[in-house]
Design a protein around this ligand. Structure first.
Ligand SMILES: Nc1ncnc2c1ncn2[C@@H]1O[C@H](COP(=O)(O)OP(=O)(O)OP(=O)(O)O)[C@@H](O)[C@H]1O
Length: 283
């Protein structure tokens, strides 16, 4: 059902992400686990838990949508998963490594394999799209001011162009970031994340500030990267339709707890929608 509904402008290859409606889901057994969360709890104020007993694992290559209403704890969970903020309890394993046991240097090394994309793309406005993409190489390449004025090594510039091609923006490489549309800017942010050569993409509401067509284009780019490059994807969204369309698996948070997980509950699209809307009504 959802396959025919994809309004992707041809960006998602036919037969790409699994079809919740048909119940056809890939087998994820015995593969590497990129992210494992065990017993995670977080409160910003004493006695006011924002996240309680969160548990899930994401195998390599899986696309997971984290959905929930405002204040459900989605962004806090993403940040705890990458140790951008410290959980109060629980353990997070990234690529099999427990994050709380890492030194600052080894944490940076693990995180360098994760490409982040946020709702606000945070591009440098006066720099070109290509220069913004080059920023993604900074963790692995020597930094130089002149770099961003066009003297980055040829190999890196070619790689950045390739990243722009992947998001359909090679023609806009020389355009200043502040002359791009919101959807184009977000795709440049995805290209910048790709320049990190990530294994895992994490996106916090990447389509929330975009119109529906641009939002679908950005999500289609993510879907293509999952399908073609085998990248793992974790994104938050308020939009159940996006979640069903662009993720293999949907995890819904409700008041800081996992209220449903489409993988463990083997829920089809109709049941998932009903469950989610039921949770919303009770929120
Ligand atoms: N730094 C912080 N200090 C105090 N409270 C915080 C902080 N960050 C988040 N919160 C609180 O934690 C709760 C969950 O917020 P979070 O941003 O994780 O939710 P969300 O599901 O991402 O919401 P939205 O969809 O609106 O972005 C909210 O009540 C929020 O006020």
């Amino acid at each position: 059902m959802y396959r025919e509904e994809l309004p992707m402008g041809g960006m998602l290859p036919h037969g790409a992400l699994p079809d919740h409606a048909s119940g056809r889901t890939p087998v994820w057994e015995d593969g590497a686990v990129d992210l494992q969360v065990k017993g995670l709890c977080k409160a910003f104020d004493p006695g006011m838990p924002v996240l309680s007993d969160i548990e899930f694992s994401i195998p390599k290559g899986q696309a997971v949508a984290l959905i929930g209403s405002n204040g459900a704890g989605k962004s806090t969970l993403l940040r705890c998963c990458m140790h951008l903020i410290e959980p109060d309890q629980g353990t997070v394993y990234l690529f099999g490594q427990p994050l709380q046991a890492q030194t600052a240097k080894s944490l940076r090394a693990l995180r360098s394999k994760v490409g982040f994309v946020f709702q606000k793309h945070n591009l440098v406005p006066r720099l070109s799209a290509l220069s913004n993409v080059l920023h993604g190489a900074l963790p692995r390449a020597p930094v130089g001011r002149a770099w961003f004025q066009g003297t980055a090594p040829k190999a890196l510039r070619e790689e950045a162009m390739h990243c722009l091609e992947r998001v359909g923006l090679a023609d806009h490489a020389r355009k200043r970031a502040d002359h791009l549309s919101g959807g184009q800017s977000q795709r440049v942010a995805v290209a910048r994340a790709l320049m990190q050569r990530p294994r895992f993409l994490v996106a916090d509401e990447p389509a929330a500030s975009l119109d529906p067509v641009s939002g679908d284009e950005v999500m289609g780019v993510f879907a293509q990267l999952v399908e073609q490059d085998g990248l793992t994807l974790l994104f938050t969204s308020h939009d159940l339709t996006h979640a069903l369309r662009y993720a293999h698996r949907v995890i819904a948070l409700h008041r800081g707890r996992v209220a449903l997980d489409s993988l463990s509950q083997q829920t089809d699209a109709v049941a998932l929608r009903a469950l989610y809307e039921n949770h919303h009504d009770r929120a």
